[in-house]
Design a protein around this ligand. Structure first.
Ligand code: FES
Length: 105
């Protein structure tokens, strides 16, 4: 599946994501800047925060309660905010577009 990451300055990078990996792991594996993922995907750091593109929010879905709690620690949270370590890549997400915030928490 292809995932496009757009950074805060508008620069975009499209990479090939492995099905079953998370959007965070995919970014790290491809050296996509803007995602720090300090906790390594345990949903306990909020430094993998991304904004899901409006066209994709329904397909991706909202955060689980635990993720929602952690999102409180993220910088500039918006209605389409998600922690990218909690988004698993599926074939349905082929073409997904996410934007990384100006800075992580
Ligand atoms: Fe830490 Fe996602 S990597 S919350």
């Amino acid at each position: 599946a292809k995932i496009t990451y757009i950074d805060a300055s508008g620069e975009s990078r499209t990479v090939e994501a492995e099905i079953g990996a998370t959007v965070m792991e995919t970014a790290i594996r491809h050296d996509v800047p803007g995602i720090e993922a300090e906790c390594g995907g345990a949903c306990s750091c909020a430094t993998c925060h991304v904004y899901v593109d409006d066209a994709w929010t329904e397909t991706v879905g909202g955060p689980e309660p635990m993720e929602e709690d952690m999102l409180d620690f993220a910088y500039d949270v918006r209605p389409n905010s998600r922690l990218s370590c909690q988004i698993k890549v599926t074939p349905a997400l082929d073409g997904l577009v996410v934007t990384t915030p100006e800075r992580q928490a």
